[in-house]
Design a binder for this molecule. Sequence first.
Ligand code: HEC
Length: 114
Amino acid sequence: MTKTSLRRGAAKAFLLASTLFAFGSPSLGQDADEDEFEGLVAGPGQEEVLIYCSACHSTRIVQQQGLSRDEWAETLEWMVEDQGMSEIEEPDLTLILDYLAKNYNIDRPNFPAN
Ligand code: HEC
């Protein structure tokens, strides 16, 4: 092996190590998770809310509401009747209402900071 190829090898190893470090960084991983669900709180129904509700608008406007379960049910009826949302079938409907009533209720336990 010549001196030049040794040096190239070392440079490659360094690049690989820094790439692995960047991907392995825990803060990067967390940001990716949050982005994936638009900041929706983790829990049963999180994925369904993202799928159904982000079709037309950001789920930020969902997260910014603080509603009771009945008010959430009314909001979803309003989405269907006036905003063109397809009716959500069971068991997803209950899952979504439970999720919203638990995480985005009148106490606003997860009101987004921004
Ligand atoms: C077919 C499109 C569509 C889908 C799907 C949809 N929305 Fe909406 N939504 C709208 C539109 C359009 C508005 C704006 C209505 C307005 O302000 O006149 C809106 C507004 C809202 C608002 C704001 C209400 C307010 O008082 O400002 C909330 C909360 C909301 N949607 C919740 C949901 C939730 C929860 C879901 C999922 C279960 C959902 N939406 C799915 C179309 C949709």
